[in-house]
Design a protein around this ligand. Structure first.
Ligand code: MN
Length: 249
């Protein structure tokens, strides 16, 4: 058992300064919502700057767990596809950093929670692919890019009975917010789908071997105040990291 708050690494996203005093400057940043939710759940978050692959092992050695955040689209070249029309911003250095962190974390037995893009990074890291733009696809898809309040429930997702998500929430379906235009296409080997929207879009994945490697397609960090059950995802991560105490195991 850890006798201090677990340290959760949160890899930075790329921000391109387009309007400030130094246009074109690249910044490493994380939305405060993720850090606040992690703190509220009793963890100590640390932001991991985007570095080359040589530093990934050093970053992982400092951590008890990893949280992969939402953000830009994953570069389709990372999963063997050419860019489709409708693809958004991609930053390949960030992708390579986060893919290496995801693989290294799993190898080291570190618990990982992926949110939105973070779920997609997990899927790509272990061999899966993505729909590059749901809006450009034929079929009866519902809206997955809601407008208005970030905390508002936009659609429902059904949880797979017996999955880790089912155990965390303890009910058959939950209301979630939705800010994505991409989704899992081919699921990575070693993972199972643990939540789906009513149109079939994958909203949750988790490792089949029972380790805590879990992704959700919605944004629980934006809902924790209005929908406190969403804090359970961060608390579940905190709990497993505290129990695991990999430095003594
Ligand atoms: Mn959705």
């Amino acid at each position: 058992m850890l006798n201090r708050p677990p340290i959760i690494g949160v890899p930075a996203n790329v921000l391109v300064d387009r309007t400030g005093a130094f246009p074109g400057t690249l910044r490493s940043y994380v939305n405060q919502d993720y850090l606040d939710a992690l703190s509220l759940a009793g963890t100590a978050p640390v932001v991991l700057p985007i570095t080359g692959p040589g530093e990934v092992d050093v970053q992982l050695s400092l951590l008890d767990g990893l949280l992969l955040t939402g953000g830009a689209d994953v570069c389709p070249l990372c999963y063997g596809e050419q860019p489709a029309r409708g693809l958004g911003d991609v930053y390949q250095d960030m992708d390579l950093h986060q893919l290496a962190l995801a693989r290294g974390a799993r190898e080291a037995g570190l618990p990982v929670l992926g949110i939105c893009r973070g779920l997609q990074v997990l899927n790509v890291a272990f061999g899966g692919t993505l729909h590059q733009d749901l809006n450009g696809m034929a079929g009866p898809f519902q809206q997955h890019a809601q407008l208005g309040y970030r905390h508002a429930v936009s659609h429902e997702v059904d949880l797979e009975p017996g999955s880790r998500l089912d155990r965390i929430f303890g009910c058959a379906s939950i209301g979630v917010n939705s800010f994505h235009h991409q989704a899992v296409k081919d699921l990575a080997a070693g993972f199972k789908v643990s939540a789906r929207a009513r149109d079939g879009v994958v909203e949750g994945i988790e490792a089949e071997d029972g380790t805590f490697v879990l992704g959700v397609q919605w944004h629980p960090e934006g809902m924790v105040h209005q929908h406190p059950e969403m804090l359970r995802l961060f608390q579940a991560l905190a709990e497993i990291c505290t129990q695991q105490d990999r430095r003594t195991s």
